[in-house]
Write a protein that binds this ligand. Structure first.
Ligand code: RB5
Length: 150
């Protein structure tokens, strides 16, 4: 599995713990930045991660900003991306199981390192349930995208 990760200045303090987790688990990743505390626009990092997942260079993406909100809004504008904005383990599990989310977003100003790692673990290890009703709903999301984003 290869994971695309990205943050803005609002998520820069949590990213080292995420990288440490991925390295300890032997999970390959591409870090799309940012790399410092200077104020940047979350848009470009969310876009870089989402495009990497959409073109299947990476399997899943993880985005960190102050709240996770801006990142998730941008990610969900990219065709083929289903970004779950999650600050609890249950939601992170369910967004994989029911929504087949391929990007996760959360906020450094909302959660701490311990909860972040549990959320990431749930997101990376939970498979899509593949039940008929969930497949049908994800297909409907894709059909909507096809109609609205040519
Ligand atoms: C940056 O101050 C902050 O607005 C950003 O990290 C994020 O929370 C936006 O949704």
């Amino acid at each position: 599995m290869k994971v695309a990760i990205g943050c803005d200045h609002g998520g820069i303090n949590l990213k080292p713990a995420l990288i440490d987790y991925l390295e300890k688990k032997g999970i390959e990743y591409i870090d799309f930045g940012c790399y410092g505390k200077d104020s940047v626009d979350y848009n470009e990092y969310a876009l870089a991660v989402s495009e990497s997942v959409a073109k299947k260079e990476c399997d899943l993406g993880i985005l960190i900003c102050g709240t996770g909100i801006g990142m998730s809004i941008v990610a969900n504008k990219v065709k083929g991306i289903r970004c779950g904005h999650c600050h609890d383990v249950f939601s992170a599990r369910m967004t994989r199981e029911h929504n087949d989310a391929n990007v996760l977003a959360f906020g450094e100003r909302v959660i701490g390192v311990g909860l972040m790692l549990d959320i990431v673990e749930a997101f990376l290890t939970t498979p899509f349930s593949n039940g008929d009703r969930h497949v049908n709903r994800v297909n409907k999301i894709q059909a909507l995208e096809d109609k609205n984003f040519k």
